[in-house]
Design a protein around this ligand. Structure first.
Ligand SMILES: [Zn+2]
Length: 95
């Protein structure tokens, strides 16, 4: 499925929340850039958070989140592996 073809008219496009794995409408998702510089859009594939996860994230300490995402190989491994590793890393962090 091509996502670039719909670039610019995201309505109706579905994205997957990187935190909970829910599929949500693009219009209901928040863009998340693990590199933290959303204005630099060249050659980038953005990740998404659903609104519940996005608001949950806002109440949590973000310190170490980028490192955890990179350590979990965000965007470089299949989603199942990434989510498992990310959960392990964040659980370890909380302890
Ligand atoms: Zn979510």
């Amino acid at each position: 499925m091509s996502s670039t073809r719909l670039w610019g008219r995201d309505a109706g496009r579905e994205v997957t929340c990187i935190a909970c794995g829910e599929t949500v409408d693009r219009a209901d998702a928040r863009e998340y850039d693990k590199h933290g510089d959303r204005w630099d859009r060249d050659d980038k594939q953005f990740e998404f958070l659903c609104k519940p996860c996005d608001s949950a994230c806002c109440h949590q300490n973000r310190e170490g989140l980028e490192e955890a995402l990179v350590a979990a190989r965000a965007g470089q491994t299949d989603q199942k592996t990434f989510l498992r590793r990310f959960c392990e890393l964040t659980v370890e962090d909380a302890n």
